[in-house]
Design a protein around this ligand. Structure first.
Ligand SMILES: *Cc1c(COP(=O)(O)O)cnc(C)c1O
Ligand SMILES: [Zn+2]
Length: 401
C-alpha cells in the first residue's frame, strides 16, 4: 500500500492519479509506503538476483514489470586511484552497465511499468540524452510510443543514436534542457501523455535501488555515497530509499550523501556553500559533462535535505578535472564512463586534496553512464590512431615512435 505525498506541505493523493505537482502548493510528490504493512526480509531479497526487481516490495508496480534486467551493476574497488588519493576503501558503482548504458534504466523500468499500470497510452520526456535513450528503449519494450525533447546540439551522439534507433519521436529544441522540460511538461498535461522526467515520483522509485544494491554488495552501509548531480533526482532517490531501509530497521544509519556538479552548472553546490534554503537557478549552464548541464534542478529541494540531513556535502569540479578523471578511470582502472560520471570520482579527489575526507571512510561513487555514450568527447581528448602502410617495417617503426 502506498500513496503520493507532497514533499513540501504533506498533502496526500491517491496513487492512481496522474499528478506530478501538489495541487495546493505546486511542489513535487513522493511515493510513501505503509512500511508497517510491508512484509519483506533480507532472506527473500537475497534469494533473488541482484537487480531493481529484487526489491519489488518497496516499488509501486503490482503487475508484470516492463523489464530488460536492469540493475545488478558491478561495484568495483578502485585500488589504484584510491591509493593515489589516500583512500583505501574507494569504490565505483558502474551504472553504465545497465541495458541502455546509464542508471536511467532503473527509473524507466519502473516508470514505464507504471505508465502501463495507470492505463497511459504514450510516454514523453525532456532529456540531456540518457533519459531519452532509456525512455526509447523501454517504450519499445512496452510497445507504446515515446516522444523525447532534446536541447539542440547539446546531446552526446551515442544517446541520440539510441533514441532514434529504438524508435522514439526525437525533437530537438533550440533552447536548453530547462526549457525543454517546461515544454514537455506542458505538452503532457495538455495531451494526456505520461511524463517520465525525474519530477515523476514513480521513476525515482526505481532509481533508489542503486542504494539498496550497494548495501547488499558491500555488506554494510558505506560512510559516504557520491553522485553527480544534474536535476538532482538520483541523489534524492537514493536518500529516500535508504531512509525507508532505516525505517524498516534494515540499516541503522545513513551514508553522508555527497553531490558533485560541474563548475559551470553548480546551483546546488552554491546553495550548500551559502546555506541557502532554495537553489538559485544558473541561467546559462555550461560544461563538457552534458548529462549534468542543468541550471534549474527540479529536485534540488529534496537534494538539499539529503545532503544536510546526512552531514554530507557538495563540491564543484572543472571540465578539466572531469576529463582528467575520465582518463584516469579508463587507464588506471579499466572503467569506461562518460564525462558526467567521472565527476563523482573527480569530486572525491578534490575533497581528498582539501583534506575533507577521513582516510578510513568507505566511499562509493556512482559512475552513471557508459564511455560509449559520448565518443566525440573521447576523440577530442585522445591522440588519433597511427595510420601506416601495410608492411612490417612500418609497423615496427610505428611502435618505436
Ligand atoms: C541523468 C544523469 C545524471 C544526473 O542525474 P540527476 O538525477 O539528473 O541528478 C548524471 N550522469 C548521467 C550519466 C546521467 O545520465
Ligand atoms: Zn504541497
Amino acid at each position: 500500500m502506498y500513496r503520493l505525498v507532497c514533499v513540501h506541505c504533506g498533502a496526500v493523493y491517491a496513487p492512481d492519479q496522474i499528478l506530478y505537482n501538489c495541487r495546493s502548493c505546486g511542489h513535487l510528490l513522493a511515493v510513501q509506503y505503509d512500511l508497517d504493512t510491508i512484509s519483506v526480509d533480507r532472506k527473500t531479497w537475497n534469494q533473488r538476483p541482484l537487480s531493481v526487481w529484487r526489491y519489488r516490495e518497496l516499488l509501486p508496480v503490482t503487475g508484470e514489470p516492463v523489464t530488460l534486467q536492469e540493475g545488478g551493476t558491478p561495484l568495483y574497488h578502485l585500488k589504484k586511484l584510491g591509493a593515489e588519493m589516500g583512500l583505501p576503501h574507494l569504490y565505483a558503482k558502474h551504472e553504465g552497465m545497465n541495458p541502455s548504458g546509464s542508471f536511467k534504466d532503473r527509473g524507466m523500468t519502473v516508470g514505464v511499468s507504471m505508465a502501463i499500470q495507470l492505463g497511459m497510452k504514450s510516454v514523453a520526456c525532456a532529456s540531456t540524452g540518457n533519459t531519452s535513450a532509456s525512455l526509447a528503449v523501454y517504450g519499445a519494450r512496452a510497445g507504446i510510443p515515446a516522444v523525447v525533447l532534446l536541447p539542440a546540439g547539446k546531446v552526446a551522439i551515442g544517446k541520440v543514436a539510441q533514441a532514434l534507433m529504438h524508435g522514439a519521436k526525437v525533437i530537438s529544441i533550440r533552447g536548453n534542457f530547462d526549457r525543454a522540460l517546461e515544454m514537455v511538461h506542458e505538452l503532457c498535461l495538455s495531451e494526456g501523455i505520461y511524463l517520465l522526467n525525474s519530477i515523476n515520483p514513480y521513476r525515482l522509485e526505481g532509481q533508489k535501488t542503486i542504494g539498496y544494491e550497494v548495501i547488499d554488495q558491500l555488506g554494510e552501509v558505506p560512510d559516504r555515497f557520491v553522485l553527480p548531480v544534474g536535476n538532482a533526482g538520483n541523489i534524492s532517490a537514493v536518500y529516500k530509499g535508504l531512509r525507508e531501509l532505516e525505517s524498516l530497521g534494515f540499516i541503522d544509519h545513513l551514508p553522508k550523501m555527497t553531490g558533485i556538479q560541474a563548475a559551470g552548472s553548480a546551483p546546488v553546490v552554491r546553495a550548500i556553500r551559502e546555506g541557502l534554503a532554495v537553489v538559485e537557478a544558473e541561467m546559462s549552464p555550461e560544461t563538457v559533462a552534458t548529462a549534468i548541464r542543468i541550471g534549474a534542478p527540479v529536485n534540488a529541494e529534496k537534494a538539499l535535505v539529503a545532503i544536510r540531513e546526512t552531514g554530507g556535502t557538495a563540491e564543484a569540479v572543472t571540465d578539466e578535472e572531469i576529463l582528467c578523471m575520465q582518463r584516469d578511470l579508463a587507464r588506471k582502472e579499466g572503467i569506461g564512463v562518460e564525462p558526467a560520471s567521472a565527476a563523482s570520482v573527480a569530486g572525491i579527489r578534490k575533497l581528498a586534496e582539501q583534506g575533507m575526507l577521513d582516510r578510513d571512510e568507505t566511499i562509493v561513487c556512482v559512475v552513471t553512464g557508459h564511455l560509449l555514450k559520448d565518443p566525440e568527447s573521447v576523440i577530442r581528448q585522445c591522440e588519433p590512431p597511427i595510420e601506416i602502410d601495410a608492411d612490417m617495417q612500418s609497423l615496427l617503426a610505428a611502435l618505436q615512435r
